[in-house]
Write a protein that binds this ligand. Structure first.
Ligand SMILES: *[C@@H]1O[C@H](CO)[C@@H](O)[C@H](O)[C@H]1NC(C)=O
Ligand SMILES: *[C@@H]1O[C@H](CO)[C@@H](O)[C@H](O)[C@H]1NC(C)=O
Length: 804
């Protein structure tokens, strides 16, 4: 141990020496106090030193994308931890190692690839004297008369800075996404009539579309009053300057420029936002929002999400989702719109034999009406759309019915918009038939059957007994869940399960053999069966072959499958279909391309803190939905990283919910025990107390601590009695203020100390022995998101061992 400080000291001396060399030595040949001489060159390599402004606050050079052979020529803030990029060549050309940028006489900046091919440049100048990285963040090419012949401020991309002025005709263009610097769909422009506008652009022809924000600085009668410049002044105030000298302020209040950086960025989601960031990183390491526009980008004529999509305002940002039956047009971009999975055609007959509806609520597409029935009953509304081959969606609310055709435009979701949307889908996907259409309202009529009446006995002693276990098989626990997991919410209508029919496509076993190419490609094994990759139509799916067949339980199977199918949430893996061929029962889920959270956390290289924390919040949201939002309360009973899957964008989605109940129907006699008293299993399983949603809160707490620390809660090792107990460790580290030890010196997490502390405290609250003390999942989200203060948690484990 004593060696470490010595090493650190010598490393520090070495670094200091190197830094001194670079400040006073060879770099100065090319660049001094922000000046860059003609002939200077910068290479795209991970350790290349950028051209700095004289204060060292702004840098011009190549930024490398994390761990990749991709570099972006850019200007960024050098002195803050996340070196936010503020300028790059329009279109964001990505180059590989060995590319370079030269300051060439009479030509200015020339970017070329390793083979010497020119990638980007900006024209010819009769002559110029030098390049200059100004302390304002502006990179300029200065002529011999000391006037700028080119400057990055006059060629802006998505960001503008104090002292920058935008004239009529200049376009600010959003990036495609947070990580893709290609041109996105959104623009900010000062247009000739004097208005500052935000608009989408037509991707095919690059023509501006209708505006979704207008400043109102136009002058209809004469031009003396119209806006003619957008000014971001040195104090961090932004305003539209009218021709008569009057200002129209956009920034109401700004923090002092001496202590804060300011920038305004047209974010890739279409929201134009002014941010501030303390110059001194000890006072904060993140950008704070000063103001943004438009106020609600998801309002009725919003184009924030593209066609066929639904915009849902989440923390003032648009959250874009494809409705059921649609998928992303561009799989890498969430806000570029959706395409229908099946095209409706007027040649295939119509009506209830061919089509049916999926119902969703609070959602509308005001831009796609072709008929409005007024007045209309709900049944009339459905019938009219069902029989009309041009009708893709019907919206019903307040005794009116709006029929919509594709593409669905301006989609938004708002809890206060009390309408039902019926989305038409084609039933031919389920050739074996589903036995007709569902109840017209699509209400929850699936009595889940009152399980307690099925005389199944649960032996608690089995639980604590033997320690024989398959990795995931907490069968006993799960059986208990079967008794508890689908509690009816008060007020939900109960009907006999015999009336149940499902909308969910049903497949024959043979179809699934074909879809999976004979169950060739195994994706993984879970508590309930093996999962295989398959293709249905053009869609990649995951097919779960259930090991435990629900015999004599066809009805229950259908009932449960139906309940699961109606559970829609972006943090839950969606059930797409099922097969119930006698002995063979299979479930078809959406395919999650990025595997399990277990792999991502523990096997891969450690994911970033930001990403880990957003995964934690995603899981919390999915669980809250299961516990509180859907018509049947579902207790998952088996929350652990193996059951959290990651989609194309690494969003967390909970898998296997609802199965606990479904598959325990025949399992009463299984003699299985639990192993690992401190796994993910809440202590009340071992006691004679009621099992409630709080068991999931406990498991979530363990999962949260795992996500924070990238450590496994329990190491399944037959010899070690109780390997490392994560809760004890978390508590000790928290108590002793050694969060660095808990996160193994993850500097990104430690830089975000407030959030890190909050997360650990929430984790400790969730793993309290007494279920009553644990928060609900809803409260967990509020705490994680900073909505409510987290109080000091008590010790979760009375007999703790120091591990820090
Ligand atoms: C740097 O920017 C400031 C503010 O725009 C300007 O006054 C100054 O002349 C610039 N410096 C050089 C060397 O171009
Ligand atoms: C950015 O998106 C565009 C359009 O989808 C794609 O062609 C390009 O390859 C992407 N660039 C990167 C670096 O991912």
């Amino acid at each position: 141990m004593a060696l470490i400080p010595i090493h650190l000291i010598s490393l520090a001396i070495l670094l200091h020496f190197v830094a001194a060399q670079q400040n006073n030595g060879f770099v100065a040949v090319q660049q001094n106090n922000g000046f860059v001489s003609i002939g200077a060159s910068l290479a795209a390599t991970p350790d290349a030193k950028p051209w700095l402004s004289s204060s060292g606050e702004f840098a011009f050079g190549f930024q490398q994308f994390q761990g990749k052979d991709s570099f972006l020529l850019s200007v960024w803030y050098e002195k803050i931890p996340n070196k936010t990029i503020i300028w790059y060549p329009k279109g964001g050309p990505i180059v590989s190692t060995g590319s370079k940028v030269d300051l060439v006489d009479r030509r200015g900046l020339v970017l070329s690839d390793p083979q010497g091919n020119e990638v980007w440049s900006f024209g010819n100048f009769s002559d110029f004297a030098y390049g200059y990285m100004n302390d304002t963040g502006n990179f300029a090419i200065v002529g011999s008369n000391s006037l700028n012949v080119w400057e990055s401020f006059k060629d802006p991309v998505d960001t503008i800075l104090p002292t920058q002025v935008i004239d009529i005709g200049v376009e600010i263009n959003s990036k495609l996404s947070k990580t893709n610097f290609s041109d996105g769909r959104f623009q900010l422009r000062l247009i000739p009539d004097g208005n500052l506008v935000l608009n989408t652009r037509d991707l095919f022809t690059d023509t501006p579309d209708n505006a979704y924000y207008v400043s109102g600085t136009r002058d209809a009668d004469n031009s003396s009053n119209s806006g003619f410049q957008l000014i971001f002044d040195v104090g961090g105030y932004m305003y539209v300057l009218r021709r008569n000298g009057k200002r129209v302020n956009l920034t109401e209040d700004s923090l002092p420029s001496g202590d804060f950086y300011h920038r305004a960025t047209l974010d890739s989601d279409g929201v134009f936002t002014q941010y501030s960031h303390p110059k001194n990183p000890t006072e904060g390491t993140s950008w704070r929002v000063s103001w943004f526009m438009p106020e609600d980008i998801c309002t009725k004529d919003s184009k924030a999400c593209g066609l066929n999509s639904v915009c849902n305002l989440d923390n003032n940002r648009p959250n874009c989702e494809c409705p059921p039956g649609f998928s992303l047009l561009d799989p890498n971009t969430t806000n570029a719109g959706c395409k229908p999975n099946l095209t409706l055609s007027c040649d295939e007959g119509n009506g209830g034999d061919v089509f049916d509806f999926i119902e969703i609520t609070n959602t509308d597409w005001p831009g796609s009406d072709f008929v409005s029935l007024n007045p209309s009953g709900e049944q009339t509304c459905r019938t009219s759309c069902l029989k009309d081959c041009l009708c893709a969606v019907a919206i019903y609310g307040d005794n009116r019915c709006w029929k919509k055709q594709l593409p669905l435009a301006n989609g938004y979701k708002d809890a206060s918009n009390n309408v039902k949307a019926f989305l038409k889908f084609k039933k031919v996907d389920s050739p074996s038939g589903t036995g007709g259409s569902k109840s017209p309202t699509g209400e929850d009529k699936n009595g889940t059957g009152e399980d307690e009446s099925r005389s199944l006995k649960f032996m608690r002693s089995d639980l604590i007994g033997t320690s024989v276990i398959g990795i995931f098989a907490f069968i006993g626990v799960i059986y208990m869940c079967f008794l508890q997991s689908h509690k009816k919410k008060a007020g939900t209508p109960l009907l006999s399960s015999t009336t149940v029919e499902t909308n969910l496509p049903r497949f024959t076993y043979q179809e699934l053999v074909k879809a999976t190419d004979g169950f060739k490609d195994e994706l993984g094994k879970g508590a309930f069966g093996t999962v295989y990759k398959g293709v249905i139509g053009t869609k990649i799916v995951a097919v779960k072959k259930l090991e435990t067949v629900v015999q004599d339980g066809q009805k229950e199977f259908k009932t449960e499958v139906n309940t699961i199918a109606r559970t829609h949430h972006k943090n839950l893996v969606q059930l797409l279909g099922y097969c119930d061929d006698g002995e063979k029962q299979l479930l078809i889920y959406e395919y999650m391309s990025n595997g399990t959270l277990a792999f991502y956390l523990f096997e891969d290289k450690r994911p970033s803190w930001n990403h880990r924390s957003s995964i934690a919040v995603g899981v919390a949201k999915g669980l809250t939905y299961l516990h509180e939002d859907c018509s049947n309360q579902i207790i998952h009973c088996d929350i652990k990283p193996q059951n959290i899957l990651l989609d194309d964008y690494y969003n967390a989605k909970i898998a296997d919910f609802g199965l606990a109940k479904l598959l325990m129907i025949n399992q009463s006699k299984t003699n299985t025990g639990i192993r690992g008293t401190k796994g993910y299993v809440a202590p009340e399983w071992f006691r004679n107390t009621a099992v409630t949603t709080k068991v999931d809160v406990y498991s979530f707490g363990i999962l949260l601590l795992e996500i924070i620390s990238c450590r496994k809660s329990v190491v399944f090792n037959d010899d070690a009695e109780d390997a490392a107990v994560l809760t004890d460790m978390a508590w000790d580290c928290y108590q002793e203020g050694r969060l660095d030890a808990f996160v193994e010196n993850d500097s990104e997490a430690l830089n975000d100390l407030e959030k890190l502390t909050t997360f650990i405290m929430v984790g400790l609250w969730c793993v309290q022995e007494n279920p009553l003390v644990r928060p609900t999942m809803k409260r967990v989200i509020q705490m994680l998101e900073g909505g409510i203060e987290v109080t000091e948690p008590p010790c979760p484990c009375p007999f703790s061992v120091t591990m820090c």
